[in-house]
Design a protein around this ligand. Structure first.
Ligand code: 13P
Ligand code: ZN
Length: 269
């Protein structure tokens, strides 16, 4: 079957990289069934011919109006689709959408009429904000990392930067490679506009946020970059839990050691 990716190496490369990340989410045990979603802003990677492609779906409402997304294109994981399937067949388990001129609706343009993820309001609200800020970030990833989600079930971890500090202190690289830490979004219904609004607010200060008792949501240059930040946080969570399972409270790096990291790596905090 012909694909929109044929003869478009930059677009193909971006979608294949996204599929590689989907495979990592599955291999990590973070993507049970259809769990998690990825969207990538591919507007810069589509040519005039793509812009003229007719829709292959009805007009669908986004649920919110996002003026900065007029005429943008996104690769989106399909709702109900599995990451492990997307890893092998990205255009059968995801699709490319065009945001229409009303900035409140979209159509699917390729390859098949696969409905985008139910978390589309959160993803698109974040992409809109990134464009408004002139950010080079193009990807958003939501996934269900076991240890991080488990930690969100402890209310004492949900205060501002409590988890950030704990996770940073488990291994020096976490602060270096997730330098803004982990924001907290209190529980909200999956797929809801309320979740989208809270995510948007919290991502003003962080690259990765915890959705309490659900998962994490990250933004990055591409899906790989967003994945890497989640991966280092997850590594720290595993170290913490491993120490607890061995029967002791991990000491964590001291404030002085963390400060030293900030100076050495020129980190913002
Ligand atoms: P979708 O299959 O609609 O992407 O939903 C998965 C999910 O993790 C919802 O939060
Ligand atoms: Zn989810």
């Amino acid at each position: 079957m012909k694909s929109i990716l044929d003869g478009r190496p930059p677009l193909q490369c971006e979608v294949e990289k996204t599929a590689e990340v989907a495979g990592y989410l599955w291999q990590n045990g973070w993507a049970e069934r259809n769990g998690g979603n990825i969207t990538v802003n591919v507007t810069d990677l589509v040519d005039e011919e793509v812009r003229r492609l007719p829709p292959i779906s009805d007009v669908k409402p986004i649920g919110i109006t996002l003026p900065s997304l007029r005429g943008c294109y996104f690769y989106c994981k399909g709702t109900g689709k599995r990451m492990r399937d997307l890893a092998r067949q990205p255009m059968q388990n995801g699709s490319i959408i065009r945001i229409l001129d009303d900035c409140a609706s979209y159509v699917i343009i390729a390859d098949q009429a696969v409905m985008p993820t139910s978390e589309l309001p959160s993803h698109l609200a974040v992409h809109a904000r990134l464009i408004e800020k002139g950010s080079p970030y193009k990807a958003t990833v939501h996934t269900h990392p076991i240890e991080l989600v488990a930690m969100s079930h402890n209310p004492s971890f949900l205060g501002k930067d409590v988890l950030t500090r704990l996770l940073w202190s488990m291994i020096p690289e976490t602060k270096a490679f997730c330098p803004l830490g982990l924001g907290i979004v209190r529980y909200a219904l999956p797929g809801s506009n309320g979740l989208a609004e809270a995510t948007l607010r919290e991502l003003e200060d962080y690259d990765v946020v915890m959705w309490e008792k659900h998962g994490v949501f990250a933004k990055g240059m591409d899906a790989m970059d967003a994945f890497d930040q989640i991966d280092v946080l997850s590594k720290s969570a595993k170290i913490y839990q491993s120490a607890k399972a061995m029967g002791f409270e991990p000491e964590g790096m001291s404030d002085a050691q963390m400060k030293e990291m900030s100076v050495a790596f020129n980190l913002p905090r």
